[in-house]
Design a protein around this ligand. Structure first.
Ligand code: PLP
Length: 347
């Protein structure tokens, strides 16, 4: 099976497993796990923030970040298909009592004008106050699209002017950094809080970080306990994170090059893909012109030995490259995907 459903499908490499086996550990809740402490320092530095807190998942990192920045009844603005709105089970409402204000956008990116039109100051009797603006980079639902640094700077400047707190869902910010050639710290430093996921392109079995100022991370540590995310000898998994941050960032460029090769191969074979969309490790396949439903297409692809997955868009599938997909897999996928979709189109 050529596994292109998601970069979350990576399994730890032999080298990462060796790092896990050799991990020094201690009681993480007491800040006595040297490997967790090392991971948190490394991540804070890479993300341009004072501190970082290790948590089990990027969902938890996002939810903790939102809670550190707001009070119940406040509002959060984000793109309508952002992970925090679409894929966290209403967590912003459940964990933080937040109202959600979705923005419709191109490529997952909204403008300062949209932010200005949507944010409201609130008052003491009727109107809730917008408190947070959340940026997702890369943007999952639009196909791993990257926010240019100037657009981030413009959004954050507008947010500050409006008194909003900016959060970066940077689950894949390392992909954004590698693709744009802008260091992750240069992206992350603009935000009050930043999420980074270790278990996607970085190849760890699990783990994520939430980063921010010393003051905000003190709150985040308390919330991590409250959410049941404070662990014990977590260095066992943090060792994978340290390994990933030291060895697996630059290699994301290989995933991006393979996504491009896949997209170009599919395009040449007549499969509808938008080549301009391919900025990182996602390729989106448009089923509309093929007249196929997503379910039929996925089943036929699976039967041909290729795993793709759904997107929030009714006629679009995605293929995601990652650590465990090599050049041969891509060459085979370039043959198998058109065959599977062509066979279906003729059926
Ligand atoms: C942009 C983004 N944020 C957060 C997450 C959440 O990650 P996890 O499933 O590890 O909690 C994901 C997962 O796909 C994501 O794509």
């Amino acid at each position: 099976m050529i596994e292109l459903r998601s970069d979350t499908q990576t399994k730890p490499s032999p080298e990462m497993r060796a790092a896990i086996a050799a991990a020094e550990v201690g009681d993480e809740q007491k800040r006595e796990d040297p490997t967790v402490n090392r991971l948190e320092e490394l991540a804070a530095q890479l993300l341009g923030q004072e501190q970082a807190v290790f948590v089990p998942t990027a969902t938890m990192a996002n939810e903790i970040a939102l809670r550190t920045l707001s009070e119940p009844g406040d509002e959060v603005i984000a793109e309508e298909n952002s992970h925090i709105f679409l894929s966290e089970l209403g967590g912003p409402a459940v964990h933080s009592g937040l109202m959600t204000r979705p923005l419709r956008c191109e490529a997952g990116r909204f403008t300062p004008e949209q932010l200005r039109e949507t944010a409201r100051a609130g008052d003491s009797t009727h109107t809730p106050a917008t408190r947070i603006v959340s940026v997702e980079n890369t943007h999952n639902a639009s196909g791993g699209r990257v926010w240019p640094l100037e657009e981030i700077e413009a959004i954050v400047a507008t947010a500050r002017e409006l008194g909003l707190r900016p959060h970066l869902d940077g689950a894949r910010v390392m992909n954004a950094a590698v693709a744009s050639g802008v260091p992750a710290a240069e992206i992350g430093r603009h935000f009050d809080t930043v999420t980074l996921c270790l278990s996607k392109g970085l190849g760890c079995p699990l783990g994520a970080l939430v980063a921010g100022s010393e003051e905000l991370m003190a709150k985040a540590r308390r919330l991590k306990h409250l959410f049941g995310g404070a662990m014990r000898q977590a260095g066992i998994v943090a060792a994978a994170g340290v390994y990933a941050l030291e060895h697996n960032i630059e290699r994301l460029a290989e995933d991006h090059a393979r996504a491009r090769r896949l997209a170009e191969g599919l395009d040449a074979a007549g499969v509808p893909v938008d080549l301009e969309q391919v900025e990182t490790n996602f390729v989106q396949v448009e089923l509309g012109p093929l007249g196929l439903s997503r379910q039929e297409a996925l089943a036929r692809l699976w039967d041909h030995g290729v795993g793709l997955s759904m997107t929030p868009h009714a006629t679009r599938l995605r293929a995601v490259t990652h650590h465990d997909v090599d050049d041969d897999d891509i060459e085979r996928a370039v043959e198998l995907i058109p065959r599977a979709l062509g066979a279906l189109a003729r059926a």
